[in-house]
Design a protein around this ligand. Sequence first.
Ligand code: MG
Ligand code: MG
Length: 267
Amino acid sequence: MARSVILLSDEEVALVRESSLLVGKTLAEVARHIGPGVTTAALDALAERFIRDNGGLPGFKGLYGCPSTLLISVNDQVVHGLPGDRPLQEGDIASVDCGVLMNGFYGDSAYTFCVGEVPADVRKLLKVTQECLALGIAQAVTNNRTGDIGAAVQQHAEAHKYGVVRELVGHGVGRKLHEAPEVPNYGKRGHGTKLQRGMVLAIEPMVNMGSKEVRQLDDGWTVVTRDGRPSAHFEHTVAVRDGQAEVLSTFSYIEDVLKAKGELVDM
Ligand code: MG
Ligand code: MG
Protein backbone atom coordinates (compact mmCIF):
# COMPACT_ATOMS: atom_id res chain seq x y z
CA MET A 1 0.00 0.00 0.00
CA ALA A 2 1.45 3.33 -1.00
CA ARG A 3 1.62 5.69 1.94
CA SER A 4 0.04 9.04 1.33
CA VAL A 5 1.97 12.24 1.40
CA ILE A 6 1.76 14.27 4.61
CA LEU A 7 1.69 18.06 4.57
CA LEU A 8 3.15 19.85 7.59
CA SER A 9 1.90 23.14 9.01
CA ASP A 10 4.35 26.03 9.33
CA GLU A 11 4.56 25.26 13.08
CA GLU A 12 5.43 21.65 12.36
CA VAL A 13 7.99 22.67 9.73
CA ALA A 14 9.60 24.90 12.39
CA LEU A 15 10.03 21.81 14.58
CA VAL A 16 11.63 19.89 11.70
CA ARG A 17 13.97 22.86 11.30
CA GLU A 18 14.99 22.64 14.98
CA SER A 19 15.77 18.94 14.63
CA SER A 20 17.60 19.59 11.36
CA LEU A 21 19.70 22.38 12.88
CA LEU A 22 20.77 20.03 15.66
CA VAL A 23 21.83 17.57 12.95
CA GLY A 24 23.92 20.34 11.37
CA LYS A 25 25.53 21.19 14.71
CA THR A 26 26.23 17.50 15.35
CA LEU A 27 27.92 17.17 11.97
CA ALA A 28 29.99 20.24 12.91
CA GLU A 29 31.17 18.34 16.01
CA VAL A 30 32.15 15.52 13.66
CA ALA A 31 33.99 18.09 11.52
CA ARG A 32 35.89 19.28 14.59
CA HIS A 33 37.19 15.78 15.38
CA ILE A 34 37.45 13.98 12.04
CA GLY A 35 40.97 13.32 10.78
CA PRO A 36 43.57 10.62 10.10
CA GLY A 37 43.73 8.06 12.94
CA VAL A 38 40.25 8.80 14.29
CA THR A 39 37.91 5.80 14.35
CA THR A 40 34.38 6.03 13.04
CA ALA A 41 33.20 4.56 16.37
CA ALA A 42 34.74 7.54 18.20
CA LEU A 43 32.86 9.95 15.93
CA ASP A 44 29.65 8.02 16.55
CA ALA A 45 30.09 8.22 20.33
CA LEU A 46 30.70 11.96 20.35
CA ALA A 47 27.72 12.55 18.05
CA GLU A 48 25.38 10.60 20.31
CA ARG A 49 26.58 12.47 23.39
CA PHE A 50 26.21 15.83 21.62
CA ILE A 51 22.66 15.10 20.44
CA ARG A 52 21.52 13.94 23.89
CA ASP A 53 23.23 16.91 25.62
CA ASN A 54 21.24 19.20 23.33
CA GLY A 55 17.85 17.71 24.07
CA GLY A 56 17.47 15.40 21.08
CA LEU A 57 17.49 11.69 20.47
CA PRO A 58 19.61 9.93 17.84
CA GLY A 59 17.19 9.49 14.97
CA PHE A 60 18.68 6.34 13.45
CA LYS A 61 19.66 4.31 16.53
CA GLY A 62 17.21 1.47 17.04
CA LEU A 63 15.30 2.25 13.84
CA TYR A 64 15.18 -0.87 11.61
CA GLY A 65 17.71 -2.30 14.09
CA CYS A 66 20.31 0.38 13.34
CA PRO A 67 23.00 0.10 16.05
CA SER A 68 24.47 3.60 15.76
CA THR A 69 23.80 7.33 15.83
CA LEU A 70 25.75 8.00 12.64
CA LEU A 71 26.07 6.03 9.44
CA ILE A 72 29.62 6.57 8.17
CA SER A 73 30.50 5.43 4.67
CA VAL A 74 34.17 5.54 3.69
CA ASN A 75 35.51 5.70 0.11
CA ASP A 76 33.71 3.03 -1.96
CA GLN A 77 31.00 2.75 0.70
CA VAL A 78 27.98 4.64 -0.62
CA VAL A 79 25.70 4.81 2.43
CA HIS A 80 24.74 2.89 5.59
CA GLY A 81 28.31 2.15 6.70
CA LEU A 82 28.36 1.13 10.36
CA PRO A 83 30.80 2.90 12.70
CA GLY A 84 33.66 0.71 13.92
CA ASP A 85 37.25 0.51 15.05
CA ARG A 86 38.81 1.18 11.66
CA PRO A 87 40.84 4.39 11.89
CA LEU A 88 40.29 6.86 9.08
CA GLN A 89 43.33 7.38 6.88
CA GLU A 90 44.81 10.35 5.08
CA GLY A 91 43.13 10.60 1.68
CA ASP A 92 39.86 8.91 2.70
CA ILE A 93 36.48 10.47 2.14
CA ALA A 94 33.73 9.76 4.68
CA SER A 95 30.04 10.40 4.20
CA VAL A 96 28.51 11.03 7.61
CA ASP A 97 24.72 10.70 7.76
CA CYS A 98 22.88 11.83 10.88
CA GLY A 99 19.28 11.99 12.04
CA VAL A 100 17.78 13.64 15.11
CA LEU A 101 14.36 13.16 16.71
CA MET A 102 13.22 16.09 18.84
CA ASN A 103 9.77 17.41 19.74
CA GLY A 104 8.25 14.54 17.77
CA PHE A 105 9.91 15.44 14.47
CA TYR A 106 12.94 14.18 12.60
CA GLY A 107 15.72 16.04 10.82
CA ASP A 108 18.06 14.23 8.40
CA SER A 109 21.27 15.48 6.77
CA ALA A 110 24.55 14.10 5.46
CA TYR A 111 27.93 15.55 4.48
CA THR A 112 30.94 13.91 2.87
CA PHE A 113 34.20 14.93 4.56
CA CYS A 114 37.76 14.79 3.31
CA VAL A 115 40.26 13.16 5.67
CA GLY A 116 43.49 15.08 5.24
CA GLU A 117 44.65 15.59 1.67
CA VAL A 118 42.30 14.03 -0.87
CA PRO A 119 43.14 13.63 -4.59
CA ALA A 120 41.76 16.31 -6.92
CA ASP A 121 39.50 13.93 -8.86
CA VAL A 122 37.81 12.84 -5.63
CA ARG A 123 37.40 16.45 -4.46
CA LYS A 124 35.74 17.12 -7.80
CA LEU A 125 33.28 14.28 -7.13
CA LEU A 126 32.37 15.91 -3.81
CA LYS A 127 31.94 19.32 -5.41
CA VAL A 128 29.71 18.01 -8.19
CA THR A 129 27.61 15.97 -5.76
CA GLN A 130 27.02 19.08 -3.66
CA GLU A 131 26.05 20.92 -6.83
CA CYS A 132 23.62 18.08 -7.62
CA LEU A 133 22.05 18.59 -4.20
CA ALA A 134 21.62 22.33 -4.80
CA LEU A 135 20.12 21.72 -8.24
CA GLY A 136 17.71 19.15 -6.80
CA ILE A 137 16.66 21.50 -4.00
CA ALA A 138 15.96 24.27 -6.52
CA GLN A 139 13.26 22.01 -8.01
CA ALA A 140 11.52 21.40 -4.66
CA VAL A 141 8.77 23.94 -5.28
CA THR A 142 4.98 23.77 -5.44
CA ASN A 143 3.55 22.13 -8.58
CA ASN A 144 6.84 20.56 -9.63
CA ARG A 145 7.16 16.78 -9.36
CA THR A 146 9.67 14.45 -7.74
CA GLY A 147 10.90 13.65 -11.26
CA ASP A 148 12.00 17.27 -11.66
CA ILE A 149 14.27 16.86 -8.63
CA GLY A 150 15.64 13.55 -9.87
CA ALA A 151 16.18 14.79 -13.40
CA ALA A 152 18.14 17.83 -12.19
CA VAL A 153 20.42 15.65 -10.04
CA GLN A 154 20.89 12.99 -12.71
CA GLN A 155 21.59 15.42 -15.53
CA HIS A 156 24.35 17.21 -13.63
CA ALA A 157 26.00 14.02 -12.34
CA GLU A 158 25.92 12.33 -15.73
CA ALA A 159 27.28 15.44 -17.43
CA HIS A 160 30.43 14.67 -15.41
CA LYS A 161 30.28 10.96 -16.39
CA TYR A 162 29.41 9.95 -12.84
CA GLY A 163 26.98 7.17 -11.90
CA VAL A 164 23.75 7.96 -10.03
CA VAL A 165 22.71 5.28 -7.55
CA ARG A 166 19.23 3.90 -8.25
CA GLU A 167 18.62 1.56 -5.31
CA LEU A 168 18.56 4.25 -2.62
CA VAL A 169 16.46 7.38 -2.72
CA GLY A 170 15.47 10.48 -0.79
CA HIS A 171 12.19 10.54 1.09
CA GLY A 172 9.57 12.52 2.96
CA VAL A 173 10.52 13.42 6.56
CA GLY A 174 8.29 14.37 9.48
CA ARG A 175 6.94 12.40 12.44
CA LYS A 176 8.68 9.45 10.82
CA LEU A 177 12.21 9.44 9.42
CA HIS A 178 11.00 7.92 6.18
CA GLU A 179 7.67 9.12 4.81
CA ALA A 180 6.18 9.22 1.35
CA PRO A 181 7.06 10.21 -1.28
CA GLU A 182 10.25 8.58 -2.50
CA VAL A 183 12.61 11.14 -4.02
CA PRO A 184 14.84 9.34 -6.54
CA ASN A 185 18.06 10.96 -7.75
CA TYR A 186 17.13 10.15 -11.32
CA GLY A 187 13.96 10.63 -13.31
CA LYS A 188 12.08 12.51 -15.95
CA ARG A 189 10.86 16.07 -15.75
CA GLY A 190 7.11 16.29 -15.20
CA HIS A 191 6.90 12.73 -13.80
CA GLY A 192 6.48 11.43 -10.25
CA THR A 193 4.62 12.73 -7.22
CA LYS A 194 3.33 16.29 -7.47
CA LEU A 195 4.93 18.58 -4.89
CA GLN A 196 2.70 20.56 -2.57
CA ARG A 197 3.44 23.35 -0.12
CA GLY A 198 4.18 21.82 3.27
CA MET A 199 5.75 18.61 2.02
CA VAL A 200 9.10 18.07 3.74
CA LEU A 201 11.67 16.08 1.79
CA ALA A 202 15.12 14.67 2.42
CA ILE A 203 16.96 15.22 -0.85
CA GLU A 204 20.12 13.13 -0.91
CA PRO A 205 22.12 12.52 -4.08
CA MET A 206 24.43 9.50 -3.93
CA VAL A 207 26.91 9.87 -6.78
CA ASN A 208 29.56 7.34 -7.81
CA MET A 209 32.78 8.28 -9.55
CA GLY A 210 32.39 5.19 -11.72
CA SER A 211 29.36 3.10 -12.60
CA LYS A 212 26.01 3.43 -10.84
CA GLU A 213 26.01 -0.20 -9.73
CA VAL A 214 26.08 -0.97 -6.01
CA ARG A 215 25.86 -4.02 -3.76
CA GLN A 216 25.23 -4.62 -0.08
CA LEU A 217 27.85 -6.17 2.20
CA ASP A 218 27.14 -9.24 4.35
CA ASP A 219 26.63 -7.02 7.41
CA GLY A 220 23.18 -6.30 5.96
CA TRP A 221 23.83 -2.56 6.04
CA THR A 222 26.81 -1.21 4.15
CA VAL A 223 26.19 -0.39 0.50
CA VAL A 224 29.34 -0.23 -1.66
CA THR A 225 30.06 0.50 -5.30
CA ARG A 226 30.50 -2.63 -7.40
CA ASP A 227 33.55 -1.22 -9.14
CA GLY A 228 35.25 -0.18 -5.89
CA ARG A 229 35.50 3.47 -6.92
CA PRO A 230 34.56 6.23 -4.48
CA SER A 231 31.04 7.53 -3.87
CA ALA A 232 29.79 10.80 -2.38
CA HIS A 233 26.58 11.65 -0.51
CA PHE A 234 25.16 15.01 0.56
CA GLU A 235 21.69 15.47 2.08
CA HIS A 236 19.45 18.28 3.22
CA THR A 237 15.99 18.32 4.75
CA VAL A 238 13.89 20.75 2.72
CA ALA A 239 10.34 22.15 2.89
CA VAL A 240 8.48 22.54 -0.40
CA ARG A 241 7.39 26.15 -0.81
CA ASP A 242 5.87 28.33 -3.52
CA GLY A 243 8.62 29.66 -5.77
CA GLN A 244 11.61 28.66 -3.63
CA ALA A 245 12.34 25.66 -1.40
CA GLU A 246 13.11 26.30 2.25
CA VAL A 247 16.25 24.42 3.31
CA LEU A 248 15.75 23.35 6.94
CA SER A 249 19.13 21.72 7.59
CA THR A 250 22.40 23.56 7.10
CA PHE A 251 26.07 22.94 6.32
CA SER A 252 27.08 26.37 7.66
CA TYR A 253 28.18 25.06 11.09
CA ILE A 254 30.26 22.38 9.36
CA GLU A 255 31.80 24.87 6.96
CA ASP A 256 32.70 27.27 9.80
CA VAL A 257 34.62 24.47 11.51
CA LEU A 258 36.33 23.29 8.32
CA LYS A 259 37.31 26.88 7.46
CA ALA A 260 38.84 27.34 10.91
CA LYS A 261 40.77 24.06 10.46
CA GLY A 262 41.86 25.21 6.98
CA GLU A 263 40.12 22.14 5.54
CA LEU A 264 37.17 23.60 3.65
CA VAL A 265 37.47 22.05 0.21
CA ASP A 266 37.04 24.52 -2.61
CA MET A 267 33.38 23.84 -3.46
MG1 MG B 1 20.29 10.80 6.05
MG1 MG C 1 17.66 10.48 4.38
